[in-house]
Design a protein. Structure first.
Lengths: 392, 328, 349
């Protein structure tokens, strides 16, 4: 190749790399009057879990702006150092290490997904920096002896399933057919659906799985129908949860009640599913149904504030997953406000937090419970006239 | 090894030895050691792939699957059956070798697009197995609780120890590859790459050698997978999908598949760029990768190493077909 | 029989009495029942008879869904064949044409508000242009590339298309209204959506159109000549370059048609292309690369096999079915069901 072409390519690459390097979030080298309080964040803004990570990022940034406008945390400006792990465990691993070693943050929020959270718990434990995960898997905070430094703010799938089963049992349902997608989300749901069934006297008469890119769920639904269940539970996110609703309606199975996972809890899904979703039920965190809550519900105020601010700023409806970022960031800020940027003190503060009113529930942490939520933080919701309504 | 390679090898050893000390004094780059551990792990994979693509002239879109076979073998054997991690690593390599052999024999009879598709299909099937066999692999939720590597009762978890372990292995692998290239097998491979029919006519057992290199690439990837498994401590099946196989091909091509140094260079560049220098562009990662791949194949088919030297290890460059297509 | 009429088994057209009658016909003994003693080793007779009726319905259901998705695979396979016939290149980006067809249809009919009969062809036209751009600006520059390079080029292009789609449409799934609105109707207990008929119908039209094109029109026959022997075709004055361009345009258009027609049923998102492309390729190889009737038969066969696998075996491994068939074909009969071994061995690779 001609020499000038070679030089052009090398220069082009050098420029690109330089741009990327300079654009990186700065470390703690800018001198400020008041030392900023730093919070590290690792979210899956891109990649397979971006539908979770993007609202989380937006929420976090919105909160930081608001806090800084009101004078910061205890007089110190709040600095959020956010990295995108692209839903890739090795990247989550590296970003958490960078936050601890280079950016020297006293507390980290995220990661977004259970997988990535599990990939970094050992780093938090070894480096002794508190980590507040926004992911659901119970394995993130159990066994508690090995999770001294790790907390999570998302309700476990066991809570959601427990709430569903509790409701079903009250309605006299005993035979359930389940269909789950073969993703981390679906598999976790399936595990809980199987595990908790005996506790609520549920019999699983069908157990179907499908890929996340599945284009047709009639086979699975037909098989479920043959097993004659009293109710069907579908556990997936992405287009398949819409497909499940559509196929269920098209196959004329509307007389068998359909329950969805909490992944269904967004306005966009209701739009996409259209009329077919009428009557579908699910257990949702209260952040999704703010306007429907009773006025004396302790969460109503913070939920309405958050939803209002988010919708005004970003011109799109909230996603319940953004609520996890709200919860984790406000917990971190509360800790910073109380004890300053000391990782060990922050950890102790978090572990002893009780009655913290968040988007996803009222948190009561303890040495044995680094999640702080229960199934009673969830509301049973039904789709009525294309919108949410509280189920009776 | 040629004198040029010998010089480069000593330079590499020197650089690797000094690197951790150099960067740990600066906070801003002290975590580069961690990145280098990943670069080392992936370099093992790309070294094997480079042997396959650059020297034997075969394409494989299944390296992520072999990487996963090593990772999950290590994971499953240590978590569910309590095996010693080193024994599990060996077992993983053996499984990968057997798989590569079983698939390689029919697949390497194919050429060009057929081979690419066969390896692609195989890779995706393995990925599906990782996701479906939840009993063993933990399914899509992943495999947790993987114990760290131990050496004589002492746990390996500090980055610097991993750095030396992984890069030590890479250097050994590099020496092995150079040895193979200079040996009779290597010369036979280059003959196959140049003109397979002629090599066959000369009595070179082309099928056997191609399968051997395929197995070699599979074993390298599996060992790398075992390292990954114990280093990250958690396995997500999506780390072993088609996109990763494509990334490995990209690393080899960007560096230059004609040269083993090219594989190392390409891997280091892409991992650092992806994690460190260009991660602000993470949104556009897919786009950038596609553009780079396209650009490299169209404009720089011999990869970046060709910019540094005109020294080629094989007369046949990937950019030129045997005869140019006739003019219209 | 005394079986209850199950409303969900045969709603709609078939009256209950007929259901019962059918039940009696299917009341043939279930497996493992000994008529003499009435002792059964398998399913209780009542269950079985009701199950027997259900078995029919389920079987029909799987068949219909299998045929529907099979039509899509067939269309994708046709796209591969067209390009392959003229250039001997496998276009790894074929699946992305399908994805783009669906998403552009959503763009025209949804965002821009065109009526569907305008939006759908507009989408097809735009994607055809993408195919043209791919050939003209990318592949033509790689004229002297090796097979390996071609493979990587088309892979790279597919990644680029996917990335651009993600950039333009985001990661959300999108839907289109069905071409004709209406509830699904039931045949023998199986539900058929009207859109499925559109898929089959339009697929059939495309196939018919293609055969007419290849066997009656000058351009079509010229393209077939290029496939048989490009050197001879050139010597006969056929502009091979233009044929190559046409093959990409046609392939892209067909892919887009498939995408547009399947979106109302199963939605579309930016990363649907890879798996569809892979399965379509499986169908193409199974039927014999370059063989049009083979692509059709293989595509439908693949769809049915997948559907039955999901229905009767394991729904999780459904995607693996296509790939296993592909590998079997590649390993044992690379020329496919309809191809000939000599012709296959004469191909460039």
């Amino acid at each position: 190749m001609k020499p000038w072409k070679q030089r052009l390519i090398l220069w082009g690459m050098a420029v690109l790399l330089a741009v990327g390097w300079l654009w990186m979030p700065a470390g703690a080298d800018s001198a400020r009057a008041e030392e900023p309080y730093k919070v590290g964040a690792v979210f899956s803004v891109t990649g397979g879990a971006s539908f979770l990570g993007e609202p989380e990022k937006k929420t976090a940034e919105m909160i930081v702006e608001e806090i800084n406008k009101n004078g910061g945390v205890d007089g110190h400006p709040l600095e959020l150092i956010l990295y995108d792990d692209e839903t890739e465990p090795s990247k989550a691993n590296l970003h958490v290490k960078r936050l601890i070693k280079r950016d020297k943050v006293p507390v980290i929020i995220g990661p977004t997904t259970s997988g990535n959270s599990l990939a970094v718990v050992s780093i938090a434990e070894q480096s002794k920096v508190p980590l507040i995960s926004c992911a659901a898997s119970y394995k993130i905070v159990t066994p508690v002896e090995e999770r001294h430094w790790v907390f999570k703010v998302a309700g476990s799938d066991s809570h959601v399933v427990g709430r569903l089963y509790e409701y079903m049992k009250a309605k006299g349902i005993s035979k359930v057919g389940i269909m789950t997608s073969s993703t981390g989300f679906g598999a976790s749901g399936r595990e809980e659906l199987q595990r908790l069934a005996p506790e609520y006297s549920m019999e699983l008469v069908a157990d179907e799985t499908y890929g996340p890119k599945e284009t047709d769920l009639t086979a699975q639904l037909t098989r479920i129908r043959e097993a004659k269940p009293d109710a069907i539970v579908n556990w997936s996110v992405g287009p398949t949860q819409i497909l499940a609703v559509k196929n269920w309606r098209d196959l004329g199975m509307g007389d068998i009640p359909l329950f969805q996972s909490h992944g269904f809890g967004s306005r966009k899904n209701l739009e996409l599913a259209g009329e077919a979703a009428e009557g579908v039920m699910l257990a949702l965190a209260k952040v999704n149904v703010g306007p429907l809550l009773a006025d004396d519900d302790p969460q109503k105020k913070v939920i309405m504030e958050y939803t209002g601010a988010y919708e005004e700023r970003y011109k799109e409806p909230i996603s319940s997953f953004g609520g996890h970022a709200w919860d984790s960031l406000h917990l971190a800020v509360a800790a910073l406000d109380a004890v300053g940027p000391d990782p060990a003190k922050i950890r102790d503060f978090l572990e002893n937090t009780k009655g913290f009113v968040g988007q996803h529930g009222v948190f009561n942490f303890s040495a044995e419970d680094h999640n702080g939520l229960s199934k009673d933080d969830l509301a049973m919701v039904v789709v009525k006239d294309g919108d949410w309504a509280l189920a009776e | 090894m040629s004198p040029a390679d010998r010089r480069l090898f000593f330079l590499a050893v020197l650089f690797l030895a000094v690197f951790p000390q150099a960067v740990s004094s600066f906070d801003a780059v002290s975590h580069y050691v961690d990145i280098m551990v990943f670069v080392g792990i992936y370099s093992l994979v790309t070294l094997g792939l480079c042997m396959l693509m650059g020297y034997a002239g075969q394409i494989s879109l299944a390296q992520a699957a072999f990487f996963g076979v090593g990772a999950y073998s290590s994971g499953i054997l240590t978590v569910h059956l309590g095996w010693n991690p080193w024994a599990a690593m060996v077992a993983g390599a053996v499984v990968a070798a057997l798989l590569a052999w079983a698939v390689g024999i029919p697949a390497l009879r194919l050429k060009g697009h057929y081979l690419a598709m066969a390896t692609l299909g195989f890779g995706v099937i393995v990925h599906i197995v990782f996701k479906e066999e939840g009993e063993w692999t933990g399914g899509p939720s992943g495999l947790v609780g993987i114990p760290p590597l131990t050496a004589g009762g002492w746990e390996l978890y500090r980055e610097i120890h991993w750095y030396y372990l992984v890069w030590g292995t890479v250097l050994v692998a590099l020496l092995f590859c150079f040895h193979v290239i200079r040996s009779r097998v290597g010369r036979a491979l280059m003959a196959i790459h140049e003109e397979e029919k002629a090599a066959e006519a000369m009595g070179v057992p082309t099928a056997r050698y191609k399968v051997q290199v395929f197995v070699l690439s599979g074993v390298f990837a599996a060992v790398a997978g075992s390292f990954y498994c114990h280093y990250v401590g958690f396995l997500d099946p999506n780390s072993f999908d088609l996109m990763w196989s494509i990334r490995f091909v990209l690393m080899v091509m960007v560096g230059g598949m004609q040269s083993l140094w090219g594989a190392l260079l390409g891997t280091a560049l892409l991992i650092f760029a992806g994690n460190e220098w260009l991660h602000v562009f993470a949104e556009y990662e897919i786009l950038i990768y596609g553009a780079i791949l396209l650009g490299v194949v169209l404009f720089l088919p011999s990869g970046l190493v060709s910019l540094f030297s005109t020294h080629r290890f094989s007369r046949k460059s990937p950019g030129r077909a045997r005869e140019p297509a006739p003019e219209e | 029989m005394g079986a209850r009429c199950r409303r969900d088994a045969l709603p709609g057209l078939v009256p209950c009495a007929a259901a019962r009658a059918l039940g009696n016909v299917h009341g043939a003994l279930p497996l493992g029942t000994s008529r003499a003693s009435g002792v059964f080793t398998g399913v209780p007779p009542e269950e079985a008879r009701r199950g027997g009726l259900k078995l029919e319905a389920a079987f029909l259901q799987y068949t219909f869904s299998g045929l529907t998705i099979g039509a899509i695979y067939a269309l994708v396979a046709l796209g591969y064949n067209i390009i392959y016939n003229v250039t001997e290149v496998i276009n790894f980006a074929q699946g992305e044409f399908v994805m783009l067809g669906g998403l552009f249809a959503v763009f025209f009919a949804g965002s821009l508000g065109f009526p569907l009969w305008l939006g759908f062809p507009a989408a097809v036209a735009v994607v055809a242009l993408v195919g043209l751009a791919m050939e003209r600006f990318v592949l033509r520059n790689a004229r002297n590339a090796t097979v390996l390079s071609f493979i990587i080029i088309t892979i790279a292009f597919s990644i680029l298309l996917k990335g651009t789609a993600m950039f333009a449409w985001g990661k959300d799934p999108y839907t289109l209204p069905a071409f004709t609105s209406g509830k699904p109707f039931f045949v023998g207990g199986a539900a058929i959506q009207p859109q499925a008929l559109w898929v089959l119908g339009i697929g059939g039209l495309v196939v018919a159109g293609l055969s007419l094109f290849f066997h009656r029109s000058m351009y079509g026959k010229a393209m077939l000549a290029c496939a048989d022997n490009p050197a001879a075709a050139r010597m006969m004055g056929i502009p091979v370059k233009r044929m190559v361009l046409l093959s990409f345009v046609l392939s892209a258009a067909i892919g887009a048609v498939a995408g547009g027609v399947i979106t109302p049923i199963s939605l579309m998102e930016y990363d649907r292309g890879a798996l569809l492309g892979l399965k379509g390729f499986g169908a193409a190889v199974l039927g014999g690369l370059g063989q049009f009737p083979g692509a059709l038969v293989a595509g439908l066969f693949l769809g049915l096999t997948e559907s039955f696998c999901a229905g009767y075996l394991s729904s999780g491994y459904k995607d693996a079915v296509a790939l296993i068939l592909l590998l079997m074909a590649l390993f044992f009969k690379p020329e496919g069901l309809f191809g000939s071994r000599e012709a296959a061995s004469l191909k460039r690779f």
